[in-house]
Design a protein around this ligand. Structure first.
Ligand code: AMP
Length: 307
């Protein structure tokens, strides 16, 4: 199976109560591809960077066997930059700046070798660009899409048009409320299901994630970590783990969607342990499986009452 990922590649400046980093590699496509690369090969990347995107970040993506044929490098251009600040409650963050730079005039061109890809993940990026990618490829088996408040505010109509083409929407709790004007998450998920996606996944930060399909509601816990340094990219690592597992197993049953949600939560939990891509860089598959199994123990209990 193959996976196509489109999204942002960024240089992030991040402040958390535990440190500050400047111009470190980030972006939705970066986190998604790296997380998914632990499950599926090839991961085909579509995006754009300027000539200032670090060579070692590019080499790292290549070392994870991420196909960069669809990555445009604009010579003399500046890479997308994003700045964020987290407080002690790491579920909320302030966006300090969003400089689109090379994304402003980006026109995704899908290489011939990408046109027949089984699975597609549309990472957080302008929904107009997400749609343009889908228009250039043969119909995939499953399209997963992500977005964020920035686009819900600025490109609402365009986002709704892209949503009609999605099978799975991944959003966080605040975003789904904003998208639907519905405070109750289950009602909000059902309202999204009337807009295109047949599966909705709502991320709730340190409170886990909710999977809603036509037949199932599944609540996954978050891994109870003691050391969280930087929540940036958790949502994207979640999406990468989720779609990576689906692409590896090629099974769209509700039971397998639940496993995929736990794999997403697993990759997100590793991502937040360190800044930028640092923790996702040195992972191995055994560690992923061990933590995946720990998730089962987290909410397993005995229904028998001892008398
Ligand atoms: P997450 O923490 O999973 O929501 O993703 C954070 C990543 O999204 C960061 O690495 C940012 O570079 C990237 N990002 C932030 N704002 C945007 C935006 N408006 N469009 C695309 N990517 C963004």
């Amino acid at each position: 199976m193959s996976l196509l990922v489109v999204g942002s590649l960024a240089l992030d400046t991040i402040e958390t109560p535990f440190g500050r980093v400047e111009n470190v590699p980030g972006g939705s496509a970066t986190y998604i591809s790296v997380a998914a690369s632990y499950f599926v090969k090839p991961v085909r990347l579509v995006g754009v960077v300027g000539s200032d995107f670090p060579k070692d970040a590019m080499e790292f993506l290549e070392s994870r066997e991420v196909d960069l044929e669809g990555l445009q490098v604009v010579s003399g251009g500046k890479t997308f930059r994003w700045g964020g600040r987290y407080h002690y409650d790491m579920n909320t963050r302030d966006t300090l700046f969003t400089d689109l730079n090379v994304f402003e005039h980006f026109d995704p061109v899908i290489p011939e070798s990408y046109r027949r890809t089984t699975y597609v993940c549309l990472g957080n990026i302008d929904p107009v660009l997400q749609k343009r990618v889908l228009e250039q490829i043969e119909k995939p088996r499953l399209v997963v899409g992500d977005t964020m408040n920035f686009w819900i505010k600025r490109r609402n109509a365009e986002l709704k048009a892209t949503m009609r083409l999605l099978d799975v929407l991944i959003v966080n709790d605040a975003e789904v409320r904003e998208l639907t004007n519905e405070p109750n998450l289950i009602k909000a998920a059902k309202s999204i299901m009337g807009m295109g996606p047949r599966v909705v996944i709502i991320k709730k930060g340190e409170h886990g994630a909710l999977l809603v399909t036509g037949n199932t509601i599944f609540s996954a816990p978050a891994y109870p970590l003691e050391n969280i340094n930087d929540p940036t990219g958790a949502g994207d690592a979640f999406a990468g783990g989720f779609i990576g597992w689906i692409a590896k197993t090629d099974d769209l049953s509700d039971d397998n969607l639940k496993r995929a949600v736990i794999h997403g939560s697993t990759l997100a939990s590793f991502c937040v342990e360190r800044f930028s891509l640092e923790r996702l860089k040195d992972l191995n598959y055994i560690e992923i499986l061990d933590r995946f199994r720990e998730f089962r123990e987290l909410s397993k209990f005995d229904e028998e009452i001892a008398v």
